[in-house]
Design a protein around this ligand. Structure first.
Ligand code: HEM
Ligand code: HEM
Length: 209
């Protein structure tokens, strides 16, 4: 029997745990949006886990470390151009656009905790704007999380890998699937995929030789 595609460990347990715990807490707070004690405590818990993940990105090793994923402006622009051309290069860690999204999601979650806290301070008694800002940030978070999930599904199809499962197991295929696409078998782009960029900082502006 042919061995399955070789895989490599990419996401450590802390990255995976914080991701799924934050996702569950945020989704719950978007659903149970009364502002009651449960909502507030789960919101603070989500913000604390984001802070744990931020700290881990300073001290942890591997693809979750900030040195590996912090996107430069040039990297994001090159990636967007390649994506518009229909050939976004595969990255073993976060791609530059995904890393940018991750930063925005973190900032939104921390800002939600801050505005939620502010909305209950005596200092802002009678003021509506902290609550209104909290609601606007929550709407923005919901919109971006939807984009994030759709992007994870689309990129999985394009590169013929299961990014969502990778966030569960921590493992990704070392190389893209080289199967020839068949009718109705997803994006043809992946049959000529560039190899994965194992250094997540490196950005290929287009196809690799
Ligand atoms: C409120 C919900 C969510 C938030 C705030 C969120 C946030 C994030 C963040 C911050 C990362 C970066 C992970 C890290 O390095 O620590 C990430 C990665 C990822 N998320 Fe989510 N996420 C959410 C829900 C989901 C859901 C529901 C799915 C799948 C259906 C998903 C799939 C993924 C995948 C596949 C990655 C890794 C992307 C890659 O390979 O570069 N996320 N998410
Ligand atoms: C992941 C974090 C959070 C999310 C996604 C979130 C989301 C939401 C949403 C969608 C609403 C309804 C807004 C509206 O009706 O316009 C809301 C209301 C509220 N949230 Fe949060 N929230 C989060 C964290 C927090 C935290 C940490 C607090 C802490 C105090 C908090 C306090 C409140 C309060 C007091 C309200 C009610 C505001 C009102 O009376 O209109 N939230 N939140």
């Amino acid at each position: 029997m042919k061995p399955s595609r070789q895989s490599v460990q990419i996401w450590d347990p802390i990255v995976r745990f914080t991701h799924w715990a934050v996702a569950a807490l945020v989704l719950w707070d978007l659903y149970e949006d009364s502002g009651g004690p449960l909502h507030r405590n789960l919101g603070y818990a989500a913000a604390c886990l984001v802070l744990v993940r931020v700290a881990w990105s300073m001290v942890g090793n591997g693809a979750g470390n900030i040195r590996e994923w912090l996107p430069g402006r040039g990297g994001v622009v090159a990636y967007v151009k390649a994506a518009i051309a229909g050939r976004p290069p595969r990255h073993l860690g976060h791609n530059p656009l995904g890393a940018l999204m991750m930063l925005v999601l973190w900032i939104l979650i921390l800002s939600l905790a801050a505005t939620g806290w502010m909305s209950r301070l005596d200092m802002f008694w009678g003021e509506d704007w902290p609550k209104e800002l909290h609601g606007i940030l929550a709407d923005a978070l919901l919109a971006l999380v939807s984009v994030h999930v759709v992007a994870a599904i689309l990129m999985s199809r394009l590169h013929r890998e299961n990014l969502i499962l990778s966030m569960v197991t921590g493992r990704k295929p070392a190389a893209p699937d080289q199967r020839k696409p068949s009718a109705g078998d997803g994006e043809p782009a992946s049959s000529s995929d560039p190899p994965a960029i194992s250094d997540p900082r490196a950005v290929s502006p287009g196809r690799r030789p």
